[in-house]
Design a protein around this ligand. Structure first.
Ligand code: SF4
Length: 216
């Protein structure tokens, strides 16, 4: 797919799912520390679940210092509903300790530094730089972004890092902070994993999956 067509698809989705910068993350965080911890916890579960445990978690552990010294059993009880609570507890306490030891208790602003923290890969690091610091250094590739990018024809790859590279090549930087929100919104509303509603899809005329099925 060429860049002009690809950008026209995002423009249509942008029209369909309007939002401002503060609405582009589905996690209701109040500072970069909360965003980092909530994003680590959000793996394999819903944003609604993580938003629901936010207040109890951060009233007990409002910063890296308090979380680094937390009793793992107390943290496990609070985040139990997030699933994988044992490994997630280990990761967020480990991340808090590393923030204390290596970054003065402050969430770092670069992908390279963020990905040194336990439980933090490129996807999480991209979310933190983009939404925590309004600096889109890359594109967060989650399950929605991966699935829709393949269906629409933005990429042929399955590996998230390669998909991210394809998207960064295809789109100008002005889209990097928004593409994740637009594809997640479309993936939830129309192009669901179970049953994409192609007849209601505003971008079907350019969607490779739809066109290849010979429906247009
Ligand atoms: S046309 Fe169908 S497969 Fe393509 S993006 Fe729309 S809903 Fe998804």
């Amino acid at each position: 797919m060429n860049a002009i067509t690809a950008e026209s698809i995002l423009e249509e989705l942008d029209h369909q799912y309007p939002c401002n910068q503060d609405e582009m993350n589905f996690l209701k965080f109040r500072n970069p520390f909360e965003l980092l911890i909530m994003t680590i916890l959000s793996a394999q579960t819903t944003d609604v679940t993580i938003n629901g445990l936010r207040d109890e978690l951060f009233s007990a552990y409002p910063d890296a210092s308090s979380l680094a010294r937390a009793d793992p059993l107390d943290v496990e009880r609070i985040i139990h509903s997030a699933g994988f609570y044992h490994s997630k507890t280990k990761n967020i306490i480990g991340a808090a300790k590393m923030l204390e030891e290596n970054f003065g208790g402050v969430v770092p602003k670069t992908i390279e530094e963020l990905t040194t923290l336990p439980g933090v890969g490129r996807k999480t690091a991209n979310i933190v730089t983009n939404h925590g610091f309004h600096d889109a250094c890359g594109i967060a590739v989650d399950t929605h972004v991966r699935r829709l990018s393949q269906k629409i024809g933005f990429t042929q790859h399955t590996d998230p890092d390669k998909i991210e590279t394809d998207l960064m090549t295809l789109f100008s930087k002005k889209w990097w902070s928004k593409i994740n929100f637009l594809l997640i919104s479309h993936g939830r509303a129309v192009c669901t994993a179970k049953k994409p509603d192609c007849m209601k899809c505003i971008i079907r005329h350019n969607c490779q999956s739809y066109i290849c099925r010979g429906e247009e």
